[in-house]
Design a protein around this ligand. Structure first.
Ligand code: ANZ
Ligand code: ZN
Length: 869
C-alpha cells in the first residue's frame, strides 16, 4: 500500500496556505458571508491537550466545507488572556503575567497551527491588548453613563484563596470555580452591572434562537429563573407582652377561623398607607393565594430587620449566636430539602397578618436566603415542603387552604400544575400543587389561578402589596480585587461630587468617567493580592493619583479591575474590524458579518459567558452599535474528550495526551479524522490512541486509490456510492454529524478500492469530500492530479439526485399466502421495520381487522406473509 510521509507533507501545505492567504476573509465581499466562531481559549502554561481542539477541528471542517461551497468565511482566533488563571500562574512561577501570557500564546498558536486549523491570523485579538480593552472600557463607560452600573456594598462571594470577590456565575456548588475553596460571604465595596434590567429580554429572546440546542436554552431559563407572584407587607409589632393570639394548630385546622369579615377587621392600622413608625417585613411569594394559610414569617439570618429591631428582640444574644453559626453555610446546603431545618424565633416581636389580623411569630432561619426575593417569606406549612418540615419541628400551626378539586370539577376549574398521577382524592400532609381555595374567606372556592388574581387586586387596592416578577439572576458583580484585569476607567473626585452630568454620576456621586481611553494597566513588579478589599493597584500611588478629567483637581482612580468575563463578552465583534481605532466596530463591518452564524464551545459556558455576551450584545444594540438583538445564530456544544482511563484529562492524574505527540507521530490529518470519528460530537468520549492508527489506515487507503486513476470509469454501482456519499457528507457536516460523515467516507474508499479503475474526476470528488477532515493529504493528492489551484478553492462536489437515491426493494405483502398489496422499502431494511410498515398499509389494515395474527414471515427485500386466524 502506498504510504505517505505526513511530517514534511503537512508542514509544506500549511506554509503554503498561510503564504497565499487562503484563510483571509475580506469584509464586504459580494460572496455570501459565513462567520464560524470558536470560544477563544485562555492561554495557560500547560498548553493544549488533545481534548481542547475537538471543537476547533469541527469548526475547521465547517469552515473548509463552506469555503468550497463559495462562502466568504470568517474563522478567527484570539486569546482570553486576562483573569485569575493567568494571574495565579504568574504568582506561582514569579514570571510577570505580561511575559508568561505572551509565551503561552506563542505556544498555543504553534499547537493550533500544527493541527492545520484555517484561522485568519490577521484578525487575531488579545483581550489584554490596550487597543482591544479600550473598547471593553468604552462599553463599560457607556453603561455607566446610562445608569446601568452602580457602586454597592452588598455582601458578595469572596474566595479566601484567590482573595477576590466573585460573581455567582463563578461558583460551582458553593466553591470557587477556579481553586475549589469554599466561598464566604463578605461585604465589599464593588461595582455591579444591572444585568437584571435585561432579564426579561434575555429570557424572552431565547425563543428567537431556533438553532440553539434546547438543553442550553433550558439552562439559561433556569439560571434567569423567572418567578411570578406578589410582594406583601407584614407589619411588625413590638412588645406583645407575652400574649400570643395566633391560631392553635387544632383550631387552625378547622374551617371558620374568621369570625368577622375581612373588611371589618381591616382597620387602617393594618394597611400600608399610614405613616406609623413600625417596621415592615416585605415577603415575596409565588403563591399569594395561600395567604390565609400563612402561620408564621421567616426572615433570612442576614436580614436587616434584626439590626433594625435590636433590643426589641428579647433574645437578641441567642439570635446572634444562631446567625454566626450559619454564616458560612453555602446556599446549596441551606436550601437542601433533605437537610434538617434550623431557625430561631425572634422573641418579643410579632408580625400582623395583613388580612386576618392574627399575630404571627417571626423566625430567622437559614433556609430563607438573603439574596433572593426580599429575603423574607410568609410560611405556609400546609402547602410548602420546607415550611411544613419547619412547622413540624417547631410545633407551629398548619392550616390547609388549598384542596385538590374533586374529580368532577377537574374540567371546570382552570388549574394547571396538578402533577401527573396525583391521586386527587387523597390530600396528604403537604399539598404543593394547585387546586381550590378553602379556609380562605373571600377566596374560597376559587381555583389557584383565580385566587391569585383576586388576592393581588385586593392587596393592591389596600396598599398592602402588589404583583411582582422576580428573577434568580443577580446583577453582575463587576469588580475584582486583583491586578491582572482591565482597569475600571472611573475616577473619584470629591469636588465634582455635587455636580453630576449623567445618570451614572447621579447614581454614584463623585464618580467620573475617564474618557481618555485606554486606561492602561500599569506594569509593576508586585501584584500579589492584598487580601483586603483593595486591589494591588491601590499601592501604585502615581497611577492612583490623577487629576479629575472634569475639574482638574486632585482625584483618585478606581483600583478594582474588571472580571475576566468582560473581555470575552464582545470579542466576536472585534474580529470583524480588529484595527479600527475610531470605534468598536464599523457600521459596515458589523452589517456584513454580524451575527455569528455558528458558535461552538464547551457546555460549561451555557450560563456564564453566554449570558454575559447576550447581555453585552443587547446593550450594544440599544446604543446602536450592533444591528441584531442576538449575537450567535447557531450554537453547538462540544462533548468532552476524557483520558484513556475514562477520567478527566489532568496533570493531577498524569493522563494528559499532548496533540503535539499525536501530530508528529501519526500526522495532523489522522488526528483530525480520529477526533471527528470518535463518536457523536456533543457526547463525552474517552481517548484511544489505537483509534488514531485506524484513522491513519483510512488515509493510507485514500492515498492508495491514486494508483487506480486512469482513463476508465468506475462501475455504475461505485458512482452511485460516490453520489450518495456526497449527499451524506454535505448534510452531515451541516448537522454536526461528523462521525457518520467519516464512516460514509470509509465505506466509499473501500468501495472504490474494489474498482479496477477510476477517472480523475471521480477520485477528485472523493478527495474533495475528505478535504475538510484531512486537509493536508487531500491537498497533496489533489495537486498530484494536476490541479493548479488549492483544493479549498475548488467547488464542493454536487450530487446527482438520481444517482444518490438509496436503492429500494419492492416487497410483496401476502395474507395467508395470497398477494394483497406491495410496497417499496429501502434496500436491506430490517425485518421488524418491514413488518411494521406492511401491517400499517391501509389495505392490509382492513384485512387484519378483527383477526388474530398467528405469525409473520419476512423474506428480506422480497416478501412479507402474514398468517391470520
Ligand atoms: C408562600 C408559599 C406558599 C410559597 C406555598 C410557596 C408555596 P421560586 O419559584 O423559587 O421563586 N421564597 C421566597 N423567597 C425566598 C428566599 N429568599 N429563600 C427561600 N425561599 C424563598 O419560589 C418562590 C417561593 O419560595 C416563595 O413562595 C416563597 O415561598 C419561597 F404554598 O411563599 B412561597
Ligand atoms: Zn472633579
Amino acid at each position: 500500500m502506498r504510504e505517505y510521509q505526513h511530517q514534511q507533507l503537512e508542514a509544506k501545505w500549511r506554509q503554503k496556505w498561510q503564504q497565499e492567504g487562503l484563510y483571509t476573509a475580506e469584509n464586504g465581499q459580494d460572496k455570501p458571508k459565513f462567520y464560524v466562531l470558536d470560544m477563544f481559549p485562555y492561554p495557560s502554561g500547560a498548553g493544549l491537550h488533545v481534548g481542547h481542539p475537538k471543537g476547533y477541528i469541527a469548526t475547521d471542517v465547517v469552515t473548509r466545507c463552506m469555503m468550497m461551497q463559495g462562502y466568504n468565511v470568517l474563522h478567527p482566533m484570539g486569546w482570553d488572556a486576562f483573569g485569575l488563571p493567568a494571574e495565579n500562574y504568574a504568582l506561582k512561577t514569579g514570571v510577570h503575567p505580561t511575559i508568561s501570557t505572551a509565551d503561552h500564546i506563542v505556544n498555543y498558536k504553534r499547537q493550533l497551527d500544527d493541527i492545520g486549523l484555517a484561522y485568519d491570523w490577521n484578525r487575531e485579538i488579545n483581550t489584554t491588548d490596550p487597543d482591544y480593552y479600550r473598547w471593553t472600557q468604552w462599553t463599560f463607560l457607556e453603561m455607566f453613563k446610562r445608569g446601568l452600573v452602580y457602586e454597592s456594598h452588598e455582601p458578595i462571594n469572596w474566595c479566601p484563596t484567590c482573595k477576590t470577590g466573585l460573581a455567582n456565575e463563578d461558583l460551582e456548588n458553593g466553591l470557587c470555580e477556579r481553586c475549589g475553596t469554599v466561598v464566604e460571604k463578605k461585604p465589599l465595596r464593588q461595582w455591579a452591572v444591572r444585568i437584571t434590567d435585561y432579564a426579561n429580554r434575555l429570557l424572552a429572546d431565547l425563543d428567537k434562537l431556533p438553532d440553539w440546542e434546547d438543553s442550553i436554552k433550558e439552562m439559561q431559563r433556569y439560571w434567569i429563573g423567572r418567578s411570578v407572584g406578589a410582594e406583601i407587607n407584614f407589619k411588625v409589632i413590638i412588645n406583645t407582652s407575652g400574649v400570643i393570639p395566633h391560631p392553635s394548630r387544632e383550631a387552625g385546622a378547622k374551617a371558620g377561623i374568621l369570625p368577622v369579615t375581612v373588611d371589618q377587621r381591616l382597620d387602617s392600622r393594618l394597611r400600608g398607607n399610614d405613616t406609623g413608625e413600625s417596621a415592615v417585613i416585605k415577603v415575596f411569594t409565588t403563591r399569594p393565594d395561600t395567604i390565609f394559610g400563612a402561620t408564621y414569617l421567616v426572615i433570612s439570618p442576614e436580614h436587616e430587620l434584626i439590626n433594625e429591631l435590636g433590643d426589641a428582640i428579647l433574645n437578641l444574644n441567642e439570635v446572634q449566636g444562631y446567625i454566626s453559626q450559619v454564616k458560612n453555610k453555602s446556599d446549596m446546603e441551606r436550601t437542601d430539602l433533605n437537610k434538617d431545618k434550623s431557625g430561631i424565633e425572634l422573641q418579643g416581636v410579632k408580625a400582623l397578618h395583613p388580612v386576618t389580623g392574627h399575630q404571627l411569630p417571626i423566625f430567622a432561619a437559614d433556609y430563607v436566603l438573603s439574596g433572593y426575593g426580599t429575603g423574607a417569606i410568609m410560611a405556609v406549612p400546609a402547602h410548602d415542603e420546607r415550611d411544613h418540615e419547619f412547622a413540624l419541628k417547631y410545633n407551629l400551626p398548619i392550616i390547609k387552604v388549598v384542596v385538590p378539586p374533586a374529580l368532577d370539577q377537574l374540567n371546570t376549574v382552570g388549574f394547571n400544575s396538578l402533577p401527573e398521577h396525583t391521586d386527587i382524592r387523597v390530600v396528604d400532609d403537604c399539598y404543593t400543587a394547585e387546586g381550590l381555595a378553602i379556609n380562605s374567606d373571600f377566596l374560597d372556592g376559587l381555583s389557584t389561578a383565580a385566587a391569585k388574581e383576586k388576592i393581588i387586586i385586593w392587596l393592591t387596592e389596600n396598599k398592602i402589596g402588589q404583583a411582582k416578577v422576580q428573577y434568580k439572576l443577580k446583577d453582575w458583580v463587576f469588580s475584582r480585587q486583583r491586578y491582572w484585569g482591565e482597569p475600571i476607567p472611573l475616577i473619584y473626585c470629591e469636588y465634582c461630587h455635587d455636580n453630576p452630568t449623567n445618570e451614572g454620576e447621579r447614581l454614584n456621586p463623585g464618580w467620573i468617567a475617564d474618557d481618555n481611553l485606554p486606561v492602561t494597566l500599569p506594569m509593576v513588579d508586585h501584584y500579589e493580592p492584598s487580601g483586603t478589599a483593595e486591589s494591588p493597584l491601590a499601592n501604585i500611588t502615581d497611577w492612583v493619583n490623577v487629576k479629575c478629567p472634569r475639574c482638574g483637581k486632585a482625584a483618585k482612580r478606581e483600583t478594582n479591575t474588571m472580571p475576566q468575563w468582560a473581555g470575552s463578552s464582545w470579542y466576536y465583534l472585534r474580529y470583524c474590524d480588529p484595527y479600527n481605532d475610531k470605534e468598536l466596530i464599523s457600521k459596515k463591518a458589523e452589517k456584513y458579518w454580524n451575527p455569528v452564524d455558528l458558535y461552538v464551545g464547551g457546555a460549561e459556558h451555557a450560563t456564564r459567558h453566554l449570558i454575559y455576551a447576550r447581555f453585552w450584545h443587547k446593550f450594544l444594540f440599544d446604543i446602536g452599535v450592533v444591528s441584531t438583538e442576538e449575537p450567535f445564530a447557531k450554537l453547538r456544544h462540544v462533548g468532552l474528550i476524557l483520558a484513556e482511563d475514562g477520567r478527566k484529562m489532568s496533570k493531577r492524574w498524569n493522563n494528559v495526551i499532548n496533540p503535539d505527540d499525536i501530530c508528529s507521530e501519526y500526522g495532523a490529518d489522522a488526528f483530525r479524522v480520529y477526533e471527528m470519528f470518535m463518536g457523536p460530537f456533543d457526547q463525552p468520549v474517552a481517548w484511544n490512541t489505537n483509534g488514531v492508527i485506524g484513522a491513519r489506515k483510512f488515509l493510507s487507503k485514500l492515498t492508495a486509490l491514486s494508483q487506480k486513476v486512469g482513463d476508465d470509469s468506475a462501475s455504475k454501482a461505485a458512482i452511485s456510492q460516490l453520489h450518495k456519499t456526497i449527499k451524506k457528507v454535505t448534510s452531515d457536516i451541516i448537522d454536526f454529524k461528523f462521525n457518520t460523515a467519516i464512516s460514509a467516507l470509509m465505506i466509499l474508499v473501500n468501495a472504490l478500492g474494489d474498482e479496477e479503475s477510476l477517472t480523475k474526476e471521480q477520485y477528485g470528488m472523493a478527495l474533495q469530500l475528505a478535504a475538510p477532515f484531512a486537509p493536508h493529504l487531500a491537498e497533496e493528492l489533489w495537486q498530484e492530479l494536476g490541479h493548479g489551484q488549492s483544493i479549498f478553492l475548488s467547488s464542493w462536489p454536487r450530487f446527482d439526485a438520481e444517482l444518490a437515491q438509496d436503492e429500494a426493494a419492492v416487497v410483496v405483502i401476502q395474507i395467508n399466502g395470497k398477494v394483497r398489496d406491495q410496497m417499496e422499502v429501502g434496500l436491506d431494511m430490517p425485518a421488524a421495520d418491514v413488518e411494521a410498515l406492511a401491517k400499517a398499509r391501509e389495505k392490509i389494515v382492513s384485512w387484519l381487522e378483527g383477526k388474530e395474527i398467528v405469525k409473520v414471515i419476512v423474506v428480506p427485500n422480497k416478501l412479507v406473509n402474514i398468517v391470520i386466524k
